[in-house]
Ligand binder design. Structure first.
Ligand SMILES: Cc1cc2nc3c(=O)[nH]c(=O)nc-3n(C[C@H](O)[C@H](O)[C@H](O)COP(=O)(O)OP(=O)(O)OC[C@H]3O[C@@H](n4cnc5c(N)ncnc54)[C@H](O)[C@@H]3O)c2cc1C
Length: 439
């Protein structure tokens, strides 16, 4: 059954309407869970979703303005993370009404957090070569295999799992997409520590893990199509700066422990987690210009040149995103543009890393690995953003890899936009079980 609340906007001015609604609804003394329940069921958490499914039927541009209005008002924004960014939109496209009812409500109200169980040790760029296996057992599936680089797996309640359900079919055809419960004995989540000092992602071992047949999204052996919908949402939101969704002010889900805390406390901290040196990841030219001025480096010709390059790439990326949004609003598609947006994001991150470190000089060789160290480092060097810069520099290798590496984006542009010949391969028609495999 669909959710029947009427969430359509009435005034034609959604920004005025959301401000009005916030004036009567935002209360910093609510718990995070209580506030997200209010925000999510009102339709303002994801106003671009259909009004029948917890949205307000707004365009993407209107949605951005509403998000800005919520932030400007000083209220806690919608729950971030992969539920809202990837799982929700994918289920909205491929899920049954019963599945939409079951999963979407908990996503918009922040009750459940999601992770993406796609990559495996032997299947990253070649994702369709995945080996995790799901075998039917009555009304359930039994899953065995290993996933890797699972961002947020340690705090996830549910996982978007792709697993092989028919090895007799060619590799793209015998895959299915499930919403699997992460908190069960058959799933072991092992953190992977990065060189930043954080452990944002994990290895996930599935040993006779169970998932119901009613959690199969998009039909049996149709998982490659469903996964591509998720990847499409990932690329377009990463290119548009949506990577920050994973670093929202309060974390959704039952494991992270934020739901019972006071909502107003997350707004008061300005979203800085862990204290000391907020991350400058994805820093704008503007932020780094301020930093150059503060460090007496604004007249350095090499730094000026890089800041100008950064500004230029930032403007190109901005115009690309505006083009993409305008095309989407008109119901059109510009092939390759999400891939180009992602490549521009990679360039921005690399250049931000280089110029940030150049401005910091020798201090850039220092790095702090936890919140207390970060505070101490910033204080000792007198550089309030130093730990943010070194964190950005160390993390800068990630964005050109996740959501499809730079090389893979270029392959897609080459093959699907420029019409260049496809890479030679015989794996499209051969049953997966007959393909040669490593190890
Ligand atoms: C920060 C971060 C977060 C991530 N989060 C998640 C997550 O939550 N869930 C998840 O499932 N995965 C996640 N990933 C994994 C990510 O999707 C994979 O790392 C990515 O798809 C690349 O796969 P791989 O690491 O196996 O590299 P490989 O596929 O082994 O690639 C190695 C190198 O070969 C190049 N290469 C491979 N194939 C080709 C080709 N055909 N043509 C040209 N060059 C090629 C690649 O560009 C790369 O440089 C994350 C990764 C990072 C860095």
């Amino acid at each position: 059954m669909t959710d029947t609340a009427d969430r359509t906007t009435t005034s034609g001015d959604p920004v005025a309407e959301v401000k009005d609604w916030l004036a009567g609804s935002w209360d910093p003394d609510l718990t995070v869970a209580e506030w997200w329940e209010r925000l999510g069921t009102s339709g303002w958490a994801v106003p671009t979703w259909p009004s029948a499914w917890f949205g307000k039927d707004l365009s993407r541009a209107e949605g951005v303005r509403v998000q800005q209005a919520i932030a400007d008002f000083g209220a806690l924004p919608a729950p971030g993370g992969l539920g809202l960014m990837l799982a929700g939109p994918t289920i909205a496209v491929h899920g049954t009404d019963e599945q939409k009812q079951r999963y979407l409500r908990d996503i918009v109200t922040g009750q459940r957090a999601w992770c993406q169980l796609f990559s495996e040790p032997g299947a990253g760029s070649d994702l369709a070569g995945l080996n995790a296996r799901a075998v039917k057992d009555g009304d359930e599936w039994i899953v065995n295999g290993q996933k890797v680089w699972t961002s947020g797996g340690h705090v996830a309640d549910l996982g978007m799992l792709i697993a092989r359900t028919d090895p007799d079919q060619p590799k793209h055809s015998g895959i299915s997409y499930f919403a699997i419960d992460m908190r069960q004995p058959g799933i072991e989540v092992v953190p992977l520590r990065e060189m930043t000092g954080r452990a944002l992602f994990n290895e996930v071992f599935l040993t006779d893990a169970r998932v119901g047949d009613d959690a199969l999204i998009g039909g049996l052996n149709n998982g490659w199509r469903v996964a591509n919908t998720t990847l499409m949402f990932e690329r377009s939101s990463l290119g548009a700066g949506g990577g920050s969704a994973a670093a929202s002010l309060a974390s959704p889900g039952q494991v992270a422990g934020d739901l019972d805390k006071r909502a107003g406390d997350f707004v008061a901290t300005g979203g800085r987690r862990g204290g000391g040196g907020g991350t400058l990841f994805g820093a704008s030219a503007k932020g780094l210009i301020g930093l150059a001025k503060g460090n007496g480096k604004a007249a350095d010709p090499s730094i000026r040149q890089k800041l100008m390059q950064l500004h230029t790439i930032g403007e190109v990326a901005r115009f690309n995103n505006l083009r993409l949004k305008a095309a989407m609003q008109a119901g059109k598609d510009i092939p390759g543009l999400p891939n180009i947006s992602k490549l521009l994001m990679s360039s921005t991150v690399r250049l931000s890393r280089d110029v940030g470190l150049e401005i910091s000089g020798a201090y850039g060789t220092l790095h702090a690995y936890d919140a207390d160290e970060r505070k101490a480092l910033d204080k000792a060097t007198g550089q309030p953003f130093l730990s943010g810069i070194t964190e950005m520099a160390l993390f800068a290798q990630g964005p050109p890899i996740y959501g499809g590496t730079d090389q893979v984006q270029r392959n897609i542009i080459g093959e699907r936009v420029l019409g260049l010949p496809k890479e030679p391969g015989f794996d499209k028609a051969t049953p997966f079980k007959d393909l040669p495999k490593n190890g």
